[in-house]
Design a protein around this ligand. Structure first.
Ligand code: PXL
Length: 280
């Protein structure tokens, strides 16, 4: 029996609990083999540290891809996270064509903005290219900030209503993906949630969890990794979206009370719960 493999492309932030340092352990804990393609190596992430080092690995991508082709290495899902440049987005199209099996999934987490702002180093040009990449995906995982940037629609970060979400989902579906998991929806102060939108059937399924009043770095990456692991284990998009939401809430809860841990969430402590829920 051949098990499914995920290829994930994103950076290694050596310290800071985001991108590959969370994707690899989380997807592995889900029992899924993970091939990694590091797009850059940073000493830390860019969200609060200063003076970090960056080594861009864009130039290494074609050689890695060619070697995989020679070895006939193929995968069943390509999951993209934080990408550092338009050139790296272009390589994603090549990876999709050259190293994915037929019928494989492309999952795109735009990973470029949160809380109303683009992450350091991103601009409108990158946003346009990311929107185009999202259009070729099976499933996209934007938060409200990324969704608003990519569609040019109003940005309403809190206390949205259903008509706002409907309009934003319609705009997102025009980008072209098959499904959208929109994150960070809040209709009431102490609840936060996601909606899974099927762009073809036009169906919507909401899921809400308690909202912990704490802004946490890296939760989008934890979400995307748990979602991808669950999908690869055969869960539905909605069940995967729910599992990932519960996992993020647990990870944030495990971090509460440690003020020195401002740079990420203690997702490691929530992995046993994720695995238990996944195998129920
Ligand atoms: O969590 C997203 C992320 C990933 N990688 C790097 C980042 C960020 C967010 O700031 O800086 C390098």
């Amino acid at each position: 029996m051949t098990d499914k493999k995920v290829l994930t492309i994103q950076d290694i932030s050596c310290m800071g609990q985001c991108s590959l340092t969370v994707a690899l352990p989380i997807i592995s804990a889900c029992g899924v083999e993970t091939i990694i393609l590091p797009s850059a190596v940073l000493s830390t992430h860019t969200g609060g540290f200063t003076g970090y080092t960056v080594r861009d690995l864009t130039e290494d991508i074609p050689g890695i891809k060619e070697h995989w082709k020679k070895e006939n290495i193929k995968c069943d899902c390509l999951y993209t996270g934080y990408l550092g440049s338009v050139k790296q987005i272009d390589y994603v199209y090549e990876l999709k064509n050259e190293v994915l099996n037929d019928g494989s999934l492309l999952i795109v987490d735009p990973a470029m903005a949160d809380n109303g702002k683009l992450y350091y180093g991103f601009d409108e040009v990158f946003v346009k290219h990311m929107a185009k990449l999202c259009g070729t995906a099976d499933i996209i995982l934007p938060n409200i900030t990324e969704a608003a940037f990519m569609t040019g629609f109003d940005m309403k970060l809190e206390c949205q209503d259903e008509s706002y979400v409907d309009a934003l989902l319609e705009k997102l579906s025009e980008l072209g993906s098959k499904k959208v998991v929109l994150k960070g929806i809040s209709f009431e102060r102490d609840k936060i949630g996601i909606v899974v939108y099927d762009c073809v059937a036009k169906t919507k399924d909401y899921y809400f969890t308690e909202k912990i009043q704490k802004s946490s770095h890296g939760t989008g990456d934890c979400y995307a990794a748990a979602f991808t692991g669950a999908i690869m284990q055969g869960k539905s998009v909605f069940d995967s979206a729910k599992l990932a939401a519960d996992f993020v809430v647990e990870s944030i809860k495990k971090t509460i009370g440690d003020d020195t841990h401002w740079y990420g969430v203690k997702f490691e402590k929530a992995l046993p719960i994720l695995v238990k829920e996944l195998n129920k």
